[in-house]
Design a binder for this molecule. Structure first.
Ligand code: PRP
Ligand code: ZN
Ligand code: MG
Length: 226
């Protein structure tokens, strides 16, 4: 199954905190999706839209590289990708079409309950595990605290107990994951929601027409929830 260039391509998270809400939003916009387990591409039945189901971390890059036309991303992942790409001299352009009313979370520092935490200076010279090294560095630089970054792509909360770091910097939504791992949230460094972004390249008129149909519908869905 290949992708038709004339159909609007939208990337959404395959599984995770944003996926159900994204699917609900598209359904609410009247997009009939034929989603099947393990299938990473879904064609809308009634509109020229193809969905790509991918890892959330990959979505900003897919939009910035023009692989997809639209993407639903967490602002945290978006900002991290922008910082990483700018550092590498890669293009990091996109347009925010709409800030969405779901996917709220915060990127926070957290430490083991046993640690005597007296503010961020307590982390001077310590190891901090994270999937967001650029956002973390920006915050620590702003606080004038030197630290060692330990990159983990997942299960970051296990790091202190595993002995690979003294603190973590990860997303917190309900706080259940921190609590289950004996960690205490200390500093909020970034607040995030989901956003609908579009590639910076101008779309052909037929695709733009689909975007122009979707946007007011999304607006309507959000207003109905306010
Ligand atoms: C985040 C984060 C934690 C969890 C916290 O993961 O990495 O694991 O959510 O949520 P809680 O405070 O409600 O327990 P995310 O959904 O971003 O998935 P990912 O790490 O697989 O991208
Ligand atoms: Zn992720
Ligand atoms: Mg996680």
């Amino acid at each position: 199954m290949t992708l038709d260039q004339t159909r609007l391509r939208i990337a959404i998270q395959k599984s995770g905190r944003l996926s159900k809400e994204c699917q609900k939003m598209l359904k609410g916009c009247g997009v009939k999706l034929n989603l099947r387990e393990q299938r990473l591409i879904a064609h809308a039945e009634n509109m020229p839209i193809d969905l790509l189901l991918v890892r959330d971390d990959d979505i900003p890059g897919l939009v910035m590289d023009g692989v997809v036309d639209l993407g639903v991303v967490g602002e945290n992942v978006l900002e991290e990708t922008v910082m990483e790409r700018q550092a590498q001299g890669d293009a990091a352009e996109y347009n925010v079409l709409k800030r969405l009313d779901f996917g709220g979370c915060r990127l926070s520092l957290a430490v083991a309950q046993e640690l005597d935490y007296q503010g961020v200076k307590s982390l001077e010279g310590k190891r901090i595990a994270t999937s967001y090294p650029w956002l973390l560095k920006r915050y620590m630089d702003s606080q004038g605290v030197k630290f060692k970054s330990v990159m983990l792509n997942g299960s970051v909360e296990v790091a202190p107990r595993a002995g690979v770091a003294e603190a973590i910097c990860d997303l917190v939504s309900t706080g259940a994951t921190l609590e289950a791992n004996g960690l205490v949230e200390t500093d909020v460094i970034f607040r995030s929601k989901a956003a609908l972004i579009q590639s910076a390249n101008a779309l052909p008129a037929s695709k733009q027409a689909v975007v122009d149909t979707l946007l007011p519908r999304i607006q309507g869905l959000q207003q109905a929830r306010e």
